[in-house]
Design a binder for this molecule. Structure first.
Ligand code: CP3
Length: 355
């Protein structure tokens, strides 16, 4: 019998949000699936826009009181089961000596492109703990504010996903520079990845020690690698991070355009696999030799449509996973700035009422 076949009523009565989230990570019975949304603190929220207007994005990220406030905004409004620290994956290149900003009209601009041996050698992965002390401070504040009722998730970019921004010098259309580095300068690529992986490992340690109860690794750009190279370009470095976390907290891996690799992703030892909306969660899970929890995977674009469509599609997704423990309801990627608040309300209400 799989753990998912047991459902003792006593175990699921009156769960807190935090208990529900952790039970789902461990594939244990829940009263209803837990729900949170990637980028749940973001531009679709009027209270976020008001705060950003006054302070700007990077100041909000770097000021523990503001990061805490922004993290809590969607928790207050929607009662999500988990809060995700408000921050950005690009604080890691910044802490290593490669700062960033935003391009007019959207997208990321790094201060430079990290393509040469000189640039790679200039990156400093030590001192992440001191430079990102503001993240630890925000997590400690959040831990107090959430008072054990709502789960607290930390996160980092996968080494490969960070490398795409660092080598390209920002957002990219075709990832030519980073692929060029991978194929033509394997030793330099390895040196870069070693540095990034060390920094991310230290960063995950810092977050876990400061109170993160789970960590999500975003491999948002792993799906751009050709199949045979995904292992060397990205998965190998993720595996090192999973080993380094060493089961202290559950690890969620967000993998975009990679659900065909679910067996390999699960084999890294992760606890939860988070996939984009093109996957069918129940089919994906049935194909795994080792059971892991699944997170996702509503198409974020639906939140720009109507509450009726959202209710119907959320219900369909919930039904497709009925009776299976280990489903964390989420989107297939981050919520878009044009999402309507009433649609997020409809999503949350539908999950809350599902039994
Ligand atoms: O989920 C959450 O609510 C936590 C906060 C969070 C942010 N970024 C806040 C943010 C998380 C988990 C991230 C991760 C992140 N950042 C990723 C991986 C996840 C993904 O979406 O694939 C990536 C690739 C980044 C880098 C980044 N930061 C991008 C591509 C952008 C958008 C740039 C643009 O064109 O607007 C950001 C900015 C950013 N990070 C915003 C937020 C809320 C938007 C800033 C704003 O305009 O207010």
């Amino acid at each position: 019998m799989k753990p998912s076949d047991t459902k003792p009523a006593a175990a699921t009565a009156a769960m807190t949000c935090r208990e529900r989230f952790h039970a789902a990570c461990r594939q244990q019975p829940v009263d209803r699936p837990p729900v949170w949304l990637m980028r749940q603190a973001g531009r679709y929220l009027p209270e976020y826009r008001a705060l950003k207007e006054r302070h700007g994005f990077l100041k909000m990220v770097k000021t523990p009181d503001l990061a805490t406030e922004v993290t809590l905004q969607p928790i207050r409004r929607f009662g999500f089961d988990a809060a995700i620290l408000f921050s950005d994956i690009l604080v890691i290149p910044e802490a290593m000596g490669q700062p960033y900003d935003f391009r007019e009209g959207g997208g990321i601009a790094m201060a430079h492109a990290c393509q040469s041996a000189e640039r790679v050698d200039a990156l400093n992965p030590s001192g992440v703990r001191e430079k990102l002390g503001y993240v630890a401070d925000a997590l400690r504040l959040l831990k107090t504010e959430l008072a054990g009722k709502t789960a607290l998730i930390g996160f980092a970019g996968s080494p490969w996903t960070l490398a795409t921004y660092m080598v390209e010098g920002g957002s990219s259309a075709n990832f030519q520079k980073v692929k060029n580095l991978f194929f033509t300068e394997p030793e330099l690529f390895t040196r870069l990845m070693e540095k990034i992986t060390t920094a991310v490992g230290d960063y995950l340690d810092l977050q876990i020690e400061a109170g993160a109860e789970a960590v999500q690794i975003f491999d948002s750009w792993g799906g751009i690698c050709s199949g045979g190279h995904y292992e060397a370009a990205s998965l190998k470095w993720i595996r090192r991070l999973v080993e380094r976390v060493n089961r202290r907290v559950p690890v969620i891996l967000y993998a975009k355009a990679l659900h065909h690799r679910a067996v390999d992703l699960a084999a890294t030892g992760i606890d939860v696999i988070s996939v984009d909306w093109t996957a069918e969660l129940h089919t994906l899970r049935d194909g795994l030799p080792r059971p892991v929890a699944v997170q996702g995977n509503l198409d974020p674009v639906l939140l720009n449509l109507t509450p009726e469509i959202v209710r119907g599609e959320v219900h369909r997704l919930l039904e497709s996973m009925r009776g299976q423990n280990g489903h964390i309801f989420n989107l297939g990627h981050g919520i878009l700035p044009v999402a309507k608040v009433e649609n997020v309300e409809a999503l949350v209400e539908t999950v809350h009422q599902f039994s």
